[in-house]
Design a protein around this ligand. Structure first.
Ligand code: PSU
Ligand code: MN
Length: 303
């Protein structure tokens, strides 16, 4: 049952106990405009390598989960038509031999299966605004609770209902750590006005807390790494862009898995590309920190 194919360089690093960082691909195919997606994926791998870890970019090609896509595989994956895969549609795509990119939820699942314990993304999915009417909350939240992986993000995407998203993480028992901040970051902004559960200023100290969570049999840990200050979108630019994007989504009747990609694309247009520059900057920052956390994570303790 070759559902999961681990690249030899990744398998080698895992077997030798060397640090490995998983990277997702929905941000490549659905979160960033082409060819920015593939370029960014490569930049993220470089950041991971420079911080001393092996990158494992994850996606689905020809009906197999590939853990550690090579450059040509990544380019093939990013051709138009890739399916956005989360926990609900991943298995059907595998069985049909399809091609798709993995969201945070699906990537955390595959990373945990492969024995990878650190994963970098941009912003997690969460509870969408207007939840009471449509009930749309990302599979990322439950996946974070289930799979024992440290997910490094710049918070949840700012288009979401951040207070409710923060409450759900609390309900699910997902530790939310701030790196260099007491606040929970807000993707394009450094501070959502909400709090992290604990602050760490040192990747090794954070890694030890995550290891304690894993040793107790816990699931995932969410790290909030604020966007570098020089790349923050000004508060008024961000607020107006999000309002415009949400209004356009409502009038276009966008729903379900299409909502997040639609909103990100509208933000790009409304901000004249500034949202994309900010997104790439926070992604690189997260990949770097993930590498440092992976390098500092103590080996699992036998029960
Ligand atoms: N981070 C980014 N850009 C993205 C995403 C994260 O900087 O496009 C993707 C992730 O794959 C995440 C998904 O899982 O957006 C959320 O989609 P949804 O809200 O449909 O669960
Ligand atoms: Mn959704």
């Amino acid at each position: 049952m070759n559902r999961v194919r681990i690249a030899p360089r990744v398998a080698g690093a895992l077997a030798a106990g060397r640090p490995v960082v998983a990277l997702e691909t929905t941000l490549v195919t659905h979160g960033l405009p082409a060819p920015e997606g593939v370029d960014t994926a490569q930049a993220l791998e470089s950041e991971v390598r420079e911080s001393g870890a092996e990158p494992a970019t994850i996606g689905v090609l020809a009906g197999a989960v590939v853990v550690g896509l090579e450059a040509d595989e990544l380019a093939a994956l990013a051709e138009p038509g890739a399916i956005k895969l989360n926990l609900s549609n991943l298995a059907a795509a595998l069985a049909r031999g399809e091609r798709g990119s993995t969201t945070v939820a699906a990537t955390a699942w595959c990373a945990a299966r492969a024995g990878i314990r650190v994963f970098a993304t941009g912003g997690i999915g969460g509870v969408h605004r207007g939840y009471a009417e449509h009930g749309d909350a990302s599979a990322d939240l439950e996946a974070l609770a289930r799979f024992p992986v440290v997910v490094v993000s710049a918070g949840a995407k700012a288009v979401l209902d951040l207070p409710r998203t923060r409450e759900v993480l609390e309900t699910l028992g997902v530790p939310v750590y701030g790196f260099g901040t007491d606040a929970w970051p807000a993707f394009y902004r450094r501070d959502s006005g909400l709090r992290a559960d604990a602050r760490f200023d040192d990747p090794a100290a954070l890694a030890h807390a995550a290891a304690a969570h894993f040793d107790l049999g816990g699931g995932g840990v969410l790290v909030g790494n604020p966007i570098p200050a020089e790349h923050e979108l000004p508060a008024d630019v961000e607020r107006e862009a999000i309002a415009a994007a949400l209004a356009q989504a409502a009038s276009a009747g966008v729903a379900g898995r299409d909502v997040t990609p639609f909103l990100l694309e509208r933000l790009r247009v409304v901000t004249g590309g500034r949202s994309v520059t900010a997104n790439v900057a926070l992604l690189r920052n997260n990949a770097r920190l993930a590498g440092r956390i992976a390098a500092a994570l103590p080996p699992p303790r036998p029960e």
